[in-house]
Design a protein around this ligand. Structure first.
Ligand code: ACM
Ligand code: ZN
Length: 493
């Protein structure tokens, strides 16, 4: 049934691009017919592997699982010209392929600016086009809580909305201009189910992120009693790091996140749940009697490497991680989870460069590489920033993305701990889908090759040779994309 869906997708694309009618049928090959055959049963250790054999009468696709058939279909589709043509020629050939990494992801931040369901689905289309298989959905942050939680309705009634938003680039402090626009939104659980199913049809798993214990202003606005101090908390209207965080000494804080995780686990079928852990300032905890009481009770002590508050964060996140384990899930956290004690079963998402990932892999944790200096797609992709849409800063061009070797600096054995790579699209300054597309494309194509192709067969000049075809495809699909690589590929010729 899955194969039939894939065959249908193939037939639809061929009809669209080449005006050729292919009939989709289940069953044995008819004698003398020219056919495209999709078939499972390929013997291969990689479950996403596929093989395509083409001769004068048939295209024969074999795969281990339907996902491999999906990627084979994509390979065929990408070899059909973008312009409408009257005939399609496939050379007689044999293709054997499988991805270098099992985890090939992209994160979308929907907290800083909300993306509606339609935009999320269109983003998932872009992942599918590039053979990525993980959509990391950053659902909560200081600037808005985006997932309906039935047991905790205030999280969206209050936490999904902010009164206004900083105008221009936020550079620090409390004195900054704001617009007069209420901003927000959230996904109902039915909408989330719909998106999960949409992604699954494209062999994409969704990893929800509930960021804790920092980046929680939206939680505090909804449940102010969970802060370390008594004050009026608001959903944040500016970017950056905020020192008000969830009180880790309050049992009610754990209970809130357990209630949230009950519904997260109920909804998301995937194995991984992301629990954040990044940029949790410890100032409030240092001065909080509840937090300090918990530190005493747990006999947590500062040492030469970490503070007792770092260990308090490990404890707090560890409690949530254990709760998730008991429900059969595995947790992912930003590389700060290495500060303190973290279970070997937690997956480290390395964002402050590759350092955390290398450390994690050496101590035996699995790692996803999302180094900001290679994979933060909110950064500028050209040095000529005046010609670029206004962005957060930084610089990561296509060549830099392409140059990422996720296992560099590790032994072969340690390298096995790197389960994959991901790009992050933070949305402080990204308010439209058109801008999002521009930031993703073509950098996502470079990341996809990092994720898919063996290191030794990758060559940037070779990538540039295909830039024209790639961008023609983007054009045909109506995407807004950055065109710098077309210049590069010209000077490459
Ligand atoms: C992050 O960029 N704070 C993970
Ligand atoms: Zn506290």
């Amino acid at each position: 049934l899955a194969l039939k869906g894939i065959a249908n997708q193939f037939s639809t694309t061929v009809k669209h691009n080449a005006n050729l009618n292919l009939q989709v049928e289940q069953g044995d090959k008819k004698e003398g017919a020219n056919v495209v055959i999709f078939e499972l049963g390929l013997k291969h250790t990689h479950k996403e592997a596929y093989q395509i054999n083409i001769d004068s009468s048939e295209i024969h696709i074999q795969s281990v699982t339907p996902s491999g058939a999906f990627y084979a279909m994509q390979t065929l589709v990408k070899s059909i010209p973008v312009q409408e043509v009257s005939e399609v020629h496939f050379p007689a050939t044999e293709i054997k392929d499988y991805p270098r990494f099992a985890y090939r992801g992209m994160m979308l931040d929907v907290s800083r600016h909300f993306s509606d369901v339609e935009m999320v689905k269109r983003t998932i289309d872009i992942l599918a086009l590039h053979n990525l298989n993980v959509f990391h959905w950053h659902l909560t942050d200081d600037q808005g809580w985006r997932m309906e939680i039935k047991k905790r309705p205030l999280l969206t009634q209050i936490g999904a909305w902010r009164d206004n938003t900083v105008v221009g680039r936020y550079i620090g402090g409390n004195d900054y201009p704001t617009d007069n626009q209420r901003h927000g939104g959230f996904y109902t659980q039915d909408q989330i189910k719909d998106v999960i199913a949409y992604a699954a049809e494209r062999y994409i798993t969704i990893i929800p992120e509930i960021d804790l214990p920092g980046h929680t202003s939206a939680v505090l606005a909804s449940y102010p009693e969970l802060g370390c101090i008594e004050k009026e908390y608001k959903v944040a209207n500016r970017w950056g790091v905020i020192k008000d965080v969830i009180c880790a000494g309050n049992e009610q804080s754990l209970q809130l996140f357990k209630d949230v995780m009950d519904e997260v686990c109920e909804l998301f079928p995937g194995k991984y749940i992301h629990i954040g852990g990044d940029e949790c300032v410890k100032e409030r905890w240092q001065a909080c009697s509840k937090c300090q009481g918990k530190i005493k009770q747990l006999h947590l002590k500062s040492d030469s490497r970490f503070s007792k508050e770092d260990y308090l964060q490990s404890y707090f996140m560890g409690e949530i991680a254990q709760y998730l384990h008991s429900k059969g899930k595995q947790v992912i956290g930003w590389d700060e989870i290495l500060e303190g004690d973290v279970s070997k079963t937690a997956i480290v998402m390395s964002w402050r460069g590759k350092t955390g990932g290398i450390k994690g892999a050496k101590r035996g944790n699995e790692v996803v590489m999302v180094p900001n200096d290679y994979a933060y797609f909110d950064y500028y992709q050209s040095k000529d920033v005046d010609k670029e849409p206004f962005s957060i800063g930084g610089f990561v061009d296509v060549a830099k993305v392409y140059s990422l070797d996720p296992t560099e600096g590790l032994t072969a054995e340690e390298g096995k701990k790197i389960i994959g790579v991901q790009a992050n699209l933070w949305a402080e300054y990204i308010t439209t889908f058109s801008h999002a597309q521009y930031m993703l494309l073509p950098r996502m194509a470079a990341l996809a090759e990092v994720a898919w192709t063996p290191q030794e067969t990758r060559e940037y000049s070779n990538f540039l040779n295909r830039a024209k075809l790639l961008t023609q495809r983007y054009e045909a699909l109506g995407y807004n994309f950055a065109k710098h690589i077309l210049q590069e590929s010209k000077s490459n010729e």
